[in-house]
Ligand binder design. Structure first.
Ligand SMILES: O=C(O)CCC(=O)c1ccccc1C(=O)O
Ligand SMILES: [Mg+2]
Length: 389
């Protein structure tokens, strides 16, 4: 090899993409509506001069509301095709306006580079990001429990614990706070105290409602509440963390709990939509979160997600890597990103079971609440060879 650029720059590459569509087994209920189907693009890059034909594989699976639309993603990938021979194709795509397209291409380039070096994608990403430590061989994951009645939600939670999960994330905010409290109560009663519980409100609440919800949820020992406020309300998130009154004008937004703590009851806060909308720097600077949820598809690529995770770690904020319910290629990439985060907390990567079919067999299924990181070069050795045509 005559090129050492770890991003995989160098000789010209050809970028191709082709569409796919996958239904979920059933809609995932969230405060921002139901997710029932995922449509995206398999992306490949090929080095013109490659003697072994080593191609890199990526996936661009936009989720409108989180990323660009399917149409915008396709247009961005098509636009790249107009000048498909470029040195660093991912750099030709804007991470803010077309994060899924950039994800697909930057993953394919990183996969190609890792394969050429005979290394796992996690190790390649860690080197490129300067992570400083060797990636883990397995990552802990949470089960994802959608909206439903208290009985349905508790049954889903119990099934997840029986399958070996010791961390569950329950979607809230799709119904009233009182109903969600009953759902979380039912889950806690169903799974006992040893299981870590998270709740994800997907930005559903205003400040007063969030303050009230956190007060009540404090009884259930939640590891964190994810995005209790809209994405842009970084000051509101910071105030919730501090336990400030809901309206910030000094009036009491709900009183203190029995333990004497202020509103919020000390429930940790995670930022998800805020990171995608405002950037990791703004979230960290605002002191808006105890944890950040990082979706490579929404942040413009595995490289950018890992960089954000390492920045968060440095700031004392806990990074969590999740998918946007991606197909197997992007999901596997997210496993590698999570593995490259030192001491990563349970990640939202157990989303394969939500899909009714996939692009290829899963090279890293969940076992006992963990995912083993594929060992082969790149994404998963030869596991995806059929997709690399
Ligand atoms: O984090 C998880 O457990 C799974 C991923 C998830 O919840 C999700 C999936 C698609 C879109 C948004 C979200 C979210 O975290 O809000
Ligand atoms: Mg979320």
């Amino acid at each position: 090899m005559t090129h050492d650029d770890p991003r995989g720059g160098g000789p010209a590459r050809t970028v191709r993409h082709r569409p796919f569509a996958l239904d979920l087994t059933g809609p995932l209920g969230t405060a921002r509506g139901e997710i029932g189907r995922r449509e995206g693009f398999v992306v490949t890059v090929e080095r013109e001069t490659a003697e072994d034909g080593a191609a890199g594989l990526g996936e661009a699976t936009p989720l409108p509301g989180w990323t660009e639309s399917r149409e915008a993603c396709e247009a961005a990938l098509d636009g790249l095709g107009d000048r498909s021979e470029v040195d660093s194709p991912a750099e030709a795509l804007d991470a803010a306006s077309t994060p899924a397209a950039r994800h697909g291409v930057s993953l394919a380039v990183a996969d190609a580079a890792a394969r050429e070096r005979g290394r796992r994608l996690a190790a390649h990403l860690a080197d490129t990001a300067g992570a400083g430590v060797a990636p883990a061989d397995a990552v802990p994951v949470n089960a994802t429990v959608g909206d439903g009645s208290p009985v349905e939600t508790a049954a889903d939670a119990r099934r997840a614990v029986e399958a070996g999960f010791d961390c569950l994330k329950v979607k809230v905010g799709a119904r009233g706070v009182g109903a969600d409290i009953e759902r979380v109560r039912a889950v806690r009663e169903a799974v006992g105290d040893a299981v870590a519980l998270r709740a994800d409100a997907n930005g559903a609440w205003d400040r007063e409602t969030a303050s009230r919800a956190l007060d009540a949820l404090a009884a259930f020992d939640l590891a964190y509440v994810e995005q209790p406020l809209p994405a842009d309300d970084l000051d509101g998130l910071a105030a919730l963390r501090r336990g400030d009154p809901a309206d910030g004008d000094g009036s009491d937004g709900g009183g203190e709990g029995d333990d004497g703590r202020d509103d919020g009851g000390g429930v940790p806060i995670a930022a998800d939509e805020s990171v995608a909308a405002r950037g990791i720097g703004a979230v960290l600077d605002a002191g808006a979160a105890d944890a950040v949820v990082l979706k490579p598809m929404a942040l413009g690529g595995p490289d950018r997600a890992l960089a954000a995770a390492l920045r968060a770690r440095e700031s004392g904020v806990d990074p969590v890597v999740t998918t946007t319910i991606d197909a197997v290629v992007a999901r596997t990439a997210a496993v590698h990103v999570a593995a490259a985060v030192p001491d990563v907390s349970p990640c939202g990567l157990a989303t394969a079971s939500l899909l009714d079919g996939d692009l290829a067999p899963d090279p890293c299924p969940v076992e006992g609440g963990r995912i083993a990181v594929p060992t082969g070069p790149g994404l998963a050795g030869g596991a995806f060879d059929d997709l690399r045509r």
